[in-house]
Design a protein around this ligand. Structure first.
Ligand SMILES: *Cc1c(COP(=O)(O)O)cnc(C)c1O
Length: 400
């Protein structure tokens, strides 16, 4: 534990949440144990039945996982953190804990593909209604809210187009409408944006992305200042078990320590690439909130402390032209993952958003000539060289 003075975010990332054992270990230990022993039958009874503090079983109490929960909660300026097996497990656990049959949710149409499937295909089978809206159309949000609306769900900035929702305005709308605002902060991370400080009730994370930062483990988290929401989610975790493994929690803890440093460099690299892409003849349009040409540049500048790592661009042409650029790369990784030191390149229309209907894709603004980069920490010059392998072929074909 740190001393009495409040810490800056870089120090929180390195220090927060650690409770050293009597062994005096410097690095956080991994508690690979499924269960814990008690000093007496009475102690066991008090922990099992009366919820006395202390470890019971790693489905819902594990010291390594708890250290990760405390550190991530501190980074998000939240009081309570709950780690889950994946980002989707976090969203699913939150929904099953705070919603019931007959409720209604309003969801941004530009959320993660599996999040759309969860709301549209799975929760609907449990009689939870959903309306999808444009994330930056406040009137649309307001008009979608009904008497039984319990939750507004948004991901900002959106992936892959970097559209930005005004969290402060949405939180005011949620409070006025007696529902909760949930923000998926996986793309921005607490380094670039802290939704709870802007009025959100819950933050959900895919730890798989930047929190790990090196593409090793799958995990997620729920962060909130509400004791009620935390308790309900904890009860759901205990009963249903979408838990994070201690090993994964340890990897994420180590990831958090370098998160401020990494995010700073991700942003620098992404901006340099976005500016460069705008000058390329084979590129039709670049989507990056750090660009003055981006429709949400102003809002992103005031709401975030950086513009993130996701840069998307449309090439002149069709799907085949986008695929040519992707297939011509030699260094970049062709994968749908993001938030890695390794730059990834993907074709959203046929991968991350491939399971959506044509109409849902159109609603989300995902065209067939769109390419998404999740810019990593290699040299930007090498990334440009790799992209030029395909872009130069397109410019020739189109006579540019
Ligand atoms: C990846 C991702 C998820 C899902 O997380 P998993 O860890 O893959 O389950 C949710 N939201 C966003 C914004 C993501 O990028």
């Amino acid at each position: 534990m740190h001393g009495p003075h409040p810490l800056d975010i870089e120090s929180i990332a390195v220090r927060a949440g650690q409770h050293r054992t009597t062994e005096g270990e410097h690095c956080e230990p991994i508690f690979t144990t499924s269960s814990f022993v008690f000093n007496s039958a009475a102690e066991a009874a008090s922990r099992f039945v009366d919820d006395a503090p202390g470890n019971v079983y790693s489905r819902f109490t594990n010291p390594t996982v708890a250290t990760f929960e405390r550190r991530l909660a501190a980074l998000e300026s939240g009081e309570y953190g709950l780690a889950t097996a994946s980002g989707m497990a976090a969203i699913q656990l939150l929904c099953q804990s705070v919603l019931k049959a007959g409720d209604h949710v309003v969801v941004s149409a530009s959320v993660f593909g599996s999040t759309i499937t969860l709301f549209d295909k799975i929760l609907s089978r449990f009689a939870i209604g959903v309306s999808f809206v444009d994330l930056n159309d406040l009137t649309g949000w307001r008009q979608a809210i009904r008497d039984n609306t319990k939750m507004l769900f948004v991901e900002t900035p959106s992936n892959p187009l970097g559209r930005v929702a005004n969290i402060t305005e949405l939180s005011a709308l949620a409070k006025h409408s007696r529902c909760i605002l949930v923000v998926d902060n996986a793309v921005a991370t607490p380094i670039l944006q802290r939704p709870l400080e802007l009025g959100a009730d819950v933050v959900v994370h895919s730890a798989t992305k930047f929190l790990d930062g090196q593409g090793r483990c799958v995990g997620g988290a729920i962060i909130t200042n509400s004791n009620q929401i935390y308790s309900d989610c904890f009860a759901g975790l205990r009963a249903c078990g979408p838990s994070m493994s201690p090993f994964n929690a340890w990897v994420f803890l180590k990831g958090l320590e370098t998160l401020p440093l990494r995010m700073k460099q991700h942003c620098i690299n992404a901006l340099e690439l976005a500016v460069w892409l705008e000058t390329q003849p084979a590129v039709r349009k670049v989507f990056y909130p750090g660009l003055h040409s981006h429709p949400d540049h102003q809002l992103a500048s005031s709401q975030q402390t950086g513009f993130g790592a996701i840069v998307s661009f449309e090439v002149h042409g069709e799907r085949a032209d986008a695929w040519l650029v992707i297939d011509s790369t030699e260094m970049l990784s062709i994968t749908g993952n993001l938030g890695d030191t390794k730059t990834t390149i993907t074709h959203p229309a046929t991968t991350t958003h491939g399971r959506l209907t044509e109409q849902q894709r159109h609603h989300a603004g995902i065209q067939n000539n769109l390419i998404r980069l999740a810019v990593g920490l290699e040299s930007v010059n090498d990334i440009k060289t790799d992209l030029l392998l395909g872009l130069s072929k397109l410019s020739k074909d189109s006579g540019c």
